[in-house]
Design a protein around this ligand. Sequence first.
Ligand SMILES: N[C@@H](CCC(=O)N[C@@H](CS)C(=O)NCC(=O)O)C(=O)O
Ligand SMILES: [Fe+2]
Length: 350
Amino acid sequence: MIVRQLFDAVSSTFTYLLACERTRQAVLIDPVFEQHARDAALIRELGLTLVATLDTHCHADHVTGAWLMQRAFGSRIGLSPAYGATGVDLPLAHGDVVRFGDEALEVRATPGHTDGCLAFVSADHLRVFTGDALLVRGAGRTDFQQGDAARLFHSIREQLFTLPDACVVYPGHDYQGRTSSTIGEERRHNPRIGGAAREEDFVGYMRNLGLPHPKQMAVAVPANLRAGAPEDGKAPATPTWGPVVMTYAGVPEIAPEWVAQHRAEVHVLDVRSAAEYDGELGHLDGAQLVPLDELRARAAEVPTDRPVVVVCQSGKRSAMGAAILDKAGVARVANLAGGMVAWRQLGLPA
Ligand SMILES: N[C@@H](CCC(=O)N[C@@H](CS)C(=O)NCC(=O)O)C(=O)O
Ligand SMILES: [Fe+2]
């Protein structure tokens, strides 16, 4: 199974991309709204088909990316029906099995942090995605959203601590840079529920956490009750001048075929050396030449009345060129994917 752990630094949320190596079918656990472009890029670049997003619970601290993923990939939206959220087309209950290619996740109900908390266990019981029920040396707070510490105690003990010692724990959050743990480790060392802790110990600890409410709570909960659909049903603005695709590396890219068909609508900036510009690969008709080494100092020479497409030999130096222009305040800029090499391979005019 392909397992990729992603992190949102604003809410300290972990998102997990899981996929079947053979069929490339994938699921995404706990996507974050603001990380949609990053997560979508990784799904595309790894050649995956997103079957579903699975939210471990209705989050109070960030908005889910479930709706954006469904809009982009047609993925189903999985969540417990306990919250009555709209837009959920994959209601998940204890005992369900979510299949993606040759892989499967077993759904376990772990209420306590919220009513509808779910954990997802791999078929071999060697990985568990615990959401906020069990965190690394911690546990999800139980002071709002139907939280119930006694219930969480039993969920962790009966649904999670019954997994093998070697089972890797992938938490929903971590606030101190820890990324994973194991069931055996948490059973021994979890300061809230490990060792010989009894229900009263856990409940007493949780009652006195004294955490302020999550900063985004007033926005996040209502949005998550719509599976992350914006109130007006409109997705955040993306570039309208052309089909710009953000890569996982964070580079805005545009396809050579589109540029060839819309040549007059864009300004082309070539950041190679003068010798390469007049060399074997040639250059796009009318391309402005500013070698990359000079671009920071000469950024003001690049006209911005049209969107700027940056080009080099293979699309690497031009990606840096696009970043330099972006930093210089050029709003509409993209890298020509694959550079002159791809342009010539496609037989486009130079
Ligand atoms: N400061 C954070 C609060 C995060 C928070 O309350 N996290 C919840 C999970 S949704 C939790 O259970 N935290 C447990 C802990 O920090 O021990 C924010 O504003 O978002
Ligand atoms: Fe949570």
